[in-house]
Design a protein around this ligand. Structure first.
Ligand SMILES: Cc1cc2nc3c(=O)[nH]c(=O)nc-3n(C[C@H](O)[C@H](O)[C@H](O)COP(=O)(O)OP(=O)(O)OC[C@H]3O[C@@H](n4cnc5c(N)ncnc54)[C@H](O)[C@@H]3O)c2cc1C
Length: 510
């Protein structure tokens, strides 16, 4: 295929999405948009030659879709669009500021687990299967669970969910796996699936600025976002997707307001070894007044802890010895808040262990594995890390030629394991909307087209973010009247299977 002519560009501009394939040369980037002299002051063959080369330069920098962010949302969106008959011919670029090389070539070490793990709901897993990504996931690094035990750390009131409440065939509540496993699978899928044109992945490339495009004679790109990349190149998008996380530069360019608050909690994560491996399919969560602690099963007798706590405790938990850390995790599932606070004030490993053993001896042995998890015996070296926790929700997810997905649109507390899954829900919806527009020959960047995506996803996400936020606030206190109310509430819910079924259905993303 030769270089684009001006005529071809004009035809392309009039056409719907996906027509670029016919006219555009392979992706080549250039920051050189046509100069003043290229747009006037010449005549005859000289002008037409300059025009032709200027337009071909523009053409190579134009994309149907530019996705900023190579996290799970951005990669899933690229995979989703490429898997659809109606959108597989779109010219897509994905820009990621970090290197994706280690995720792409990831070959898991059986003795080590990454500390960034997620619970994937059956709905997210189904979608990833449907678009062919799940086949690339390392199955031995996935741990499904079908039992969830949650309790109030102050009153001891409990709620128990199992396969019965989910009502699905295999009864899986969620699948635990490393984020790296998903990222690797998405990259492998994009690499292995033949698509024409393939997704242009530009990693190690930061979006430094976003401006509006320009008008070139009768080619009007003034409504197209133009992205200045750290490589010096500029690319333009018919539809720009912000999958660029909580600080989303795309959202800032679109002037979309994001509202919310910080929880003044940090999510401390670590990869753990358990004492024994007989109850691998249970997820545990205990709500402490300083924040919930969750122990999530991983394969091979391993587990992952997500301990949401005060920034001070998070710093302390990262600084104590490995042995002291394991004891403190065990204590957080077993002891009362006063005992736990006392242990948290100590630093000496032996002191902490002896004190814990003495207090733990009062607990019934049969409660182990039933009311709280078996003991943690080791924490993987270098796996302790913490992240500030916050709630954010954008007023809208769309603007002309722009859509936001995943954490760029909403960020939530990890207590319900929903952040990534809500992002997957966004992807499913946006792919469907772009598919429909492509099928109908509409402009995929048209805000009217994109409104359907926002209208579908905003209410769903709003409800889930609201529930999670209320739960976080309800359980972050030991004020007796509140403890009394929430205890009665939890006991009532525990006794009503139909309510538990409704909760599980919502959490599973059904
Ligand atoms: C402790 C913890 C536990 C969690 N557990 C769960 C769980 O169990 N289940 C669940 O569903 N969710 C969970 N979450 C939430 C989940 O991790 C996030 O919702 C999810 O990873 C967000 O993915 P994303 O792709 O939308 O954003 P991100 O992963 O933030 O990706 C954004 C990407 O954009 C890139 N980027 C940003 N700016 C630029 C730029 N200018 N140029 C180029 N690239 C750029 C970044 O480098 C990044 O790679 C948890 C979160 C935390 C903190």
């Amino acid at each position: 295929m030769g270089f684009c002519t001006k005529r071809a560009i004009l035809r392309m501009r009039r056409g719907g999405a996906g027509l670029y394939r016919e006219y555009l040369p392979g992706p080549r980037f250039s920051s050189t948009l046509p100069s003043e002299s290229a747009r006037g002051g010449q005549s005859g063959t000289e002008k037409s030659a300059t025009d032709s080369s200027a337009y071909s330069t523009i053409a190579s920098s134009l994309y149907d879709v530019v996705i900023v962010g190579g996290g799970i949302s951005g990669l899933s969106l690229a995979a989703g669009l490429k898997s659809s008959h109606y959108t597989s011919n779109l010219k897509i670029a994905l820009v990621e500021g970090m290197s994706l090389a280690s995720a792409k070539s990831w070959s898991p070490d059986p003795d080590r687990y990454s500390n960034r793990v997620s619970s994937i709901t059956p709905a997210s897993q189904r979608y990833l299967s449907q678009i062919g990504v799940w086949d690339h996931v390392y199955a031995e690094r996935v741990q499904p669970y079908d039992d969830m035990r949650v309790w109030d750390g102050v009153s001891g009131a409990r709620i128990h969910f199992d396969a019965f409440h989910l009502g699905t065939e295999d009864g899986t509540i969620a699948y635990m796996t490393e984020n790296l496993n998903l990222q690797h699978a998405l990259l492998s899928h994009l690499n292995d699936s033949p698509s024409d044109p393939p997704v242009m992945i530009l990693d190690n490339t930061k979006v430094e600025a976003i401006t509006k495009g320009q008008k070139f004679d009768d080619l009007d790109l003034s409504s197209w976002p133009a992205l200045k990349l750290s490589t010096g190149d500029t690319i333009m998008a018919r539809l720009l997707i912000g999958a660029d996380g909580v600080s989303s530069p795309v959202r800032q360019f679109a002037n979309i307001e994001s509202r919310g608050w910080d929880y003044n909690q940090h999510g401390l994560v670590a990869s753990l070894d358990m004492e024994w491996d007989d109850r691998q399919r249970i997820a545990w969560q205990r709500f402490l007044p300083t924040g919930p602690i969750a122990l999530l099963p991983m394969p091979d007798g391993k587990a992952s802890v997500v301990w949401s706590t005060t920034p001070k405790y998070a710093a302390h938990l990262k600084s104590v010895s490995a042995g002291a850390f394991c004891t403190l995790v065990n204590a957080a599932f077993r002891l009362g808040m006063v005992d736990l606070e006392y242990l948290m004030s100590r630093v000496d490993e032996e002191d902490i262990r002896e004190d814990f053993e003495w207090r733990d001896a009062r607990l019934p042995i049969e409660a182990e594995g039933q009311q709280f998890p078996v003991r943690v015996v080791e924490v993987q070296e270098g796996s302790r890390a913490s992240f500030p926790l916050r709630m954010r929700h954008c007023d809208t997810y769309v603007a002309p030629r722009i859509a936001l997905v995943g954490d760029a649109a909403h960020t939530t507390h990890p207590l319900a394991g929903q952040g990534l899954n809500l992002g997957q829900g966004d992807v499913v919806s946006l792919v469907r909307v772009v598919e429909k527009a492509s099928q109908q020959g509409s402009d995929i960047g048209d805000e009217v087209v994109l409104q359907e995506y926002w209208a579908e996803r905003y209410p769903v996400n709003h409800v889930m973010l609201g529930i999670i936020d209320k739960l976080q606030k309800l359980y972050c206190t030991d004020f007796p009247p509140i403890v009394g109310i929430r205890t009665v509430g939890l006991e009532v819910v525990e006794s009503l299977d139909w309510v538990k079924k409704m909760i599980m259905k919502q959490a599973a993303g059904a």
